[in-house]
Design a binder for this molecule. Structure first.
Ligand SMILES: *[C@@H]1O[C@H](CO)[C@@H](O)[C@H](O)[C@H]1NC(C)=O
Ligand SMILES: *[C@@H]1O[C@H](CO)[C@@H](O)[C@H](O)[C@H]1NC(C)=O
Ligand SMILES: *[C@@H]1O[C@H](CO)[C@@H](O)[C@H](O)[C@H]1NC(C)=O
Ligand SMILES: *[C@@H]1O[C@H](CO)[C@@H](O)[C@H](O)[C@H]1NC(C)=O
Ligand SMILES: *[C@@H]1O[C@H](CO)[C@@H](O)[C@H](O)[C@H]1NC(C)=O
Ligand SMILES: *[C@@H]1O[C@H](CO)[C@@H](O)[C@H](O)[C@H]1NC(C)=O
Ligand SMILES: *[C@@H]1O[C@H](CO)[C@@H](O)[C@H](O)[C@H]1NC(C)=O
Ligand SMILES: *[C@@H]1O[C@H](CO)[C@@H](O)[C@H](O)[C@H]1NC(C)=O
Length: 481
């Protein structure tokens, strides 16, 4: 795989300067507002020692009226093959390092000029610079990243079915035959701040020597697989990523721990639909399934000691899946003859929060709780012919969050009363636009597809929306340590 790294330039102001300077036969690197830096986790140089700059047309400047389309074919690219025309393969480690760091290297209104011996950042003459600075967006730490919009981004997806071996059948829409791939090309853009792009290397460095643990239902498996895929793009030797017990990801098995050997970290997933313990109890003469809303899931001993914990639970708290609450919820030896879902959910969340307060050391561990991800069934529910197949693009507006919102409110209240700080990962609103991004019929291989009527409008195709949830997780880790 050729790894290449490029920047595109969109300002006409810059062009005049660029052209002038090119004629003096010097090498240029141009950066603009951080958001325009076209860099991507999977697109970084493969060698650390040598940095060569080559001039070949790669970026086109679209919104330029001053420059002819030919002239606008200006390139500023860095590549690691010896370029023909630049006798100077510039070795500028300091620059490389800063440039790779990406985010806040060069400001708006600045241009970098580099030759073999020196690098200079210069201010661009600008008449509206002051105005632009006033509008400058907030730092990520003081901005509500849930407010924003989905924008088309040609550098998305961050990985493909071919570059990630961890996508299981249920989320492998492309492998299962989905042909329209526009849904993979959207990036969430917060309205009030510039969010740095996801940088897999940086994420791996942040979790070096640590355990990143996802605990929850299959939607958290969705997010966990996405995280594996995103991180995998920064790994040079695929053999150095492996499941510690050689387990293959399937829907059935629930405990996985993938080790990224070069970073001595693990990215783990424990399935537990309710966070609290599913079990059995004798009711009358029969043993029946119950849910212990006063006790944690049996795998909880395994989550202890994690450095980052990402919890979720939501979808299973429905009347259907909880036997309508009749003889289902259990506390101690008592089985509630009938209990409504909200009350049971609240009790379970309190059980969970006590466990966290008791077992998690906030100095060591960061805890996240991901909000409910919306489903998008039309014309029925998941078990009654609901569908979402027709959707090829995101909704342009969203409606009041349904069922899941009630649970979000309960979670919010429980979090407020906790001793341990827990960061809510609020994905509900932004995911609600993405009716286009569910597997629908492509959650199963064509040969296993029994009926077009069964559609999955709850989980998410990978690559896809869970990549954004992980991007938010990354932003939190990056800025609120
Ligand atoms: C090298 O430069 C010459 C003259 O500037 C140009 O004609 C030629 O196309 C360039 N070659 C490459 C590979 O860019
Ligand atoms: C990604 O992060 C690594 C490690 O912090 C850094 O060296 C690299 O330059 C970054 N890449 C980009 C494209 O910002
Ligand atoms: C590189 O740029 C510096 C400052 O702009 C200049 O003094 C120097 O002569 C240049 N070196 C070469 C080899 O062009
Ligand atoms: C990726 O999806 C395409 C269909 O779009 C398929 O031909 C290819 O085999 C898939 N690759 C993998 C590795 O599953
Ligand atoms: C996919 O996106 C491209 C480019 O934005 C657009 O031309 C095309 O119509 C879109 N396809 C669908 C099915 O929306
Ligand atoms: C997951 O771990 C729990 C706790 O150690 C264990 O009881 C359970 O059998 C494991 N499940 C699987 C599928 O390995
Ligand atoms: C959203 O899209 C629908 C149909 O695609 C259109 O009728 C409606 O006016 C749009 N709403 C907004 C707010 O753009
Ligand atoms: C989550 O984000 C949505 C959309 O911005 C917002 O409406 C909702 O109130 C947020 N929920 C919480 C708990 O912050």
């Amino acid at each position: 795989m050729e790894r290449q790294w490029s920047f595109s330039v969109k300002s006409t102001r810059a062009l005049a300067l660029i052209i002038t300077t090119i004629s003096s036969a010097i090498v240029f690197l141009t950066f603009f507002s951080n958001s325009l830096i076209r860099s991507n986790s999977s697109l970084y140089p493969t060698t650390d020692s040598n940095f060569q700059i080559d001039l070949s047309p790669i970026a086109s400047i679209s919104d330029s009226s001053l420059v002819s389309s030919r002239a606008s074919q200006i390139l500023v690219s860095t590549r690691f093959n010896p370029p023909e025309n630049t006798s100077g393969s510039a070795k500028i480690p300091g620059f490389e390092q800063k440039a790779r760091g990406g985010e806040s290297f060069v400001k708006e209104d600045q241009v970098i000029i580099a030759n073999l011996t020196s690098i200079k950042v210069i201010e661009l003459p600008s008449n509206n610079g002051d105005e632009e600075k006033k509008k400058k967006k907030k730092g990520i730490e003081e901005c509500d990243v849930t407010k924003g919009k989905w924008v088309h981004d040609d550098e998305y997806p961050l990985y493909t079915n071919a570059s990630c071996p961890f996508i299981d059948e249920g989320f492998g829409c492309q492998t299962n035959g989905r042909l329209d791939l526009n849904y993979t090309k959207f990036r969430w853009e917060p309205r009030d701040c510039d969010a740095p792009r996801f940088n897999a290397t940086r994420m791996l460095e942040m979790i070096r020597g640590k355990r990143l643990v996802f605990v929850g239902d299959s939607i958290n498996r969705n997010q966990w697989e996405s995280m594996l895929c995103m991180l995998f793009q920064a790994v040079k030797d695929p053999k150095k990523v492996y499941e510690t017990h050689n387990r293959r990801i399937t829907k059935e098995k629930g405990n996985y721990s993938f080790r990224f050997a070069d970073y001595k970290c693990t990215v783990e997933f424990y399935v537990t639909h309710f966070l609290v313990r599913e079990g059995r109890a004798k009711i009358g003469k029969k043993r029946r399934e119950t849910l212990r809303i006063d006790a944690m899931d049996r795998t909880s001993s395994r989550w202890k000691g994690a450095d980052i914990l990402v919890f979720n639970t939501a979808h299973w708290w429905s009347h259907y899946k909880t036997k309508s609450g009749i003889n289902y919820y259990q506390e101690g030896n008592e089985i509630h003859p009938k209990l409504d879902v909200s009350t049971a959910f609240k009790k379970a969340m309190q059980t969970w929060s006590s466990w966290v307060d008791k077992n998690v050391d906030p100095k060591k561990t960061r805890v996240f709780f991901r909000s409910a991800a919306p489903s998008h069934f039309s014309g029925g529910q998941w078990n009654s012919g609901g569908h979402c197949r027709e959707a090829k693009k995101p909704l342009n507006q969203t409606f009041k969050l349904s069922d899941s919102a009630g649970k979000n409110t309960i979670v919010e209240e429980v979090l407020k009363q906790m001793k341990t700080p827990v960061t809510p990962l609020n994905v509900s609103g932004l995911s609600q636009y993405r009716i286009d991004a569910h597997p629908s019929i492509y959650g199963v291989k064509p040969e296993n597809r029994r009926s077009q009527a069964v559609q999955d409008c709850s989980h998410w195709c990978l690559p896809g929306v869970p990549d954004t949830w992980n991007h938010l997780l990354y932003l939190h880790l990056l800025h609120k340590r």
